[in-house]
Design a protein around this ligand. Structure first.
Ligand code: GLU
Length: 550
């Protein structure tokens, strides 16, 4: 019996050849410089900020070169798959406006692109065609090692301080006669298919990573599994080879944790004679922790998860800016020169990525976000708050929907000016900073006049009620406040008061403080005159009355 017989025996239903697939997925018709990138998440239920960094770089590289950015669902590890994971990825890509040019969304029956299926579990036949070819060539073989046997091998290797893995004499089944292999399978023995490696660990090859530069790595000599016994699906390594070859990926952007697998990928591509894509391995994302710097951790750091940014209500723009800043050291300088350009116009350079780790700074994100929100129009802020609250604070959402003009007027306080106020860091902060403007929240709240004498408070509020006229200009209003302060024994001039406080009960600051507290419960708010204008006569008088009556 020959290897041909073994290949037929293992894959009787595989009738296509590699050439058939090459014809089905011809070279893409793109400009010479156009790059093809992919975001290839495993649907394990949440998205790490590091995945987002990879996706953002993928997107920028593709868009900047007039190329293609596609999404590939790497779901071959069915045991780790989580419901809703793909929907979430789709949502994130949409939210950050990085929608792929090609994709397959099974749940909504939507697919686009001529290089699919874009879901690995739907590509079994394709992978098996490539595996069948290897078996026929004697470059892959069925292996009957059980989990227990492999555990024993591993323990022995660890004890003897040898390299871990199935290679050399540990690759017990690599030369098993075809007849015996078929016999075992017929008897129902479980098997995986392994690569029959031709590498030599003592030999080195050169590999050029676009980010990390040239490396010298030992050849792979492991007979790695390429097809799993459980479901006949390929391992990551093999799927990477087949998919990135047939989908004509030009640049693979992936986490640094894959660097150690380069020898395997190098051997796989060489075995088939396929050109390797270019690789950009991206550094780990780091954060400051006290005086030291460490890897961002999904266990310790809520900001490791993408959901964090939406829950807080950071504008998409701010997170992209923060991510681009850590992706390339010259991004900020570029942004200064191109304040209105899309980040996709940035000429990303893998060499300008920090190989030692990308330090992600939440304070920086906060600043970017605050500045960004301060430059929005009131309509845009309103929309941001409305969208955020719809998902995360339905009660506030209802209030916002009810009081659209009113809310926008609040956001417009000291906005349309050269240096706008920077009240809001993210959309979830808007309620924290404006709740008192809405009777729905204000009426149930406690008003505390601090150390002020309550009789005095009452007197000031009563007097204020009398002079208050909703039509006063800011100057008129302020003149009246000054006059009233003096009449009640408070200094109208703060400086004079500080120099000589004796003759006064206090100063105009105390008077406005008391009015501010009565109207908002707070001692610090944006401009009080603007607040009263927005509250309107009815609310102002009602709030004053309420306090006087207490
Ligand atoms: N599915 C792999 C992961 O999520 C993708 C790595 C790659 O981009 O090749 O880590």
């Amino acid at each position: 019996m020959s290897r041909e017989d073994l290949a037929e025996f293992l894959f009787p239903n595989i009738t296509k050849t590699i050439e058939d697939y090459e014809k089905l997925y011809p070279v893409r018709n793109l400009d010479e410089n156009a790059k093809v990138t992919r975001y290839a998440p495993s649907p394990t239920g949440f998205m790490h900020i590091g995945n987002f960094l990879a996706a953002t770089i993928d997107y920028v590289i593709a868009k900047n070169s007039g190329g293609i950015f596609y999404l590939r669902n790497e779901d071959t590890d069915t045991s780790r798959e989580v419901d809703g994971a793909v929907e979430y990825i789709r949502h994130i890509l949409k939210h950050y406006q990085m929608e792929p040019d090609e994709y397959e969304y099974r749940d909504i029956h939507e697919t686009k692109g001529a290089y699919g299926p874009y879901i690995q579990s739907e590509r079994k036949e394709i992978y098996q065609t490539f595996i069948k070819h290897l078996v026929r060539e004697g470059k892959a073989y069925p292996c009957f090692l059980t989990q227990e046997e492999m555990d024993v091998i591993r323990e022995g290797q660890a004890k003897d301080k040898r390299r871990i893995g199935i290679y050399g004499r540990y690759a017990k089944y690599r030369d098993l006669p075809v007849e015996e292999a078929i016999e075992r399978i017929k008897k129902g023995e479980a098997y995986t298919i392994r690569l029959k490696s031709s590498g030599d660990f003592n030999r080195k090859f050169k590999f050029n990573d676009l980010a990390f530069g040239e490396m010298e790595l030992p050849e792979n000599d492991l007979d790695i599994p390429i097809m799993k016994s459980k479901d006949g699906l390929p391992t990551y390594h093999f799927a990477h080879l087949v998919d990135d070859y047939l989908m004509h990926t030009t640049h693979v952007v992936r986490g640094q944790e894959w660097v150690s697998s380069i020898p395997i990928h190098y051997e796989l591509f060489k075995t088939f004679g396929f050109p390797m894509p270019k690789y950009i391995h991206i550094p780990l994302i780091l954060k400051k922790d006290g005086d030291s710097v460490r890897k961002i951790s999904k266990r310790l750091d809520p900001e490791a998860r993408m959901s964090y940014y939406e829950e807080k209500g950071y504008p998409a723009y701010a997170l992209i800016e923060a991510i681009m800043t850590i992706a390339n050291s010259n991004y900020e300088a570029w942004r200064e020169g191109h304040p209105t350009s899309s980040f996709t116009e940035f000429p990303f350079s893998p060499k300008k990525m920090s190989a030692s780790g990308a330090l992600f700074d939440l304070d920086k994100l906060d600043n970017l976000s605050k500045n960004y929100i301060s430059r929005l129009t009131k309509e845009e802020v309103y929309k941001g708050a409305l969208d955020w609250s719809q998902k995360y604070d339905p009660e506030f959402h209802e209030i916002l929907s009810k009081y659209k003009e009113y809310s926008m007027a609040i956001y417009n306080i000291e906005r349309e000016q050269k240096k706008p106020r920077k009240d809001y860091t993210y959309y979830s902060e808007i309620k924290e900073k404006t709740w008192y403007m809405y009777d729905e929240y204000f009426l149930g709240s406690k008003v505390d006049f601090l150390e002020y004498d309550l009789e005095e408070v009452k007197k000031i509020l009563k007097n204020y009620q009398n002079i208050y006229n909703e039509n006063d200009t800011q100057e008129e209003w302020f003149t009246k406040i000054k006059e009233m302060s003096e009449a009640l024994g408070y200094a109208a001039n703060v400086k004079a008061y500080k120099e000589n406080p004796e003759p006064y009960k206090g100063s105009i600051v105390d008077v406005t403080n008391i009015i501010r507290i009565a109207l908002t419960t707070l001692t610090i708010t944006p401009d009080l005159y603007s607040i009263m204008k927005i509250l309107g006569k009815e609310k102002v008088l009602a709030r004053l009355n309420n306090q006087i009556a207490k």
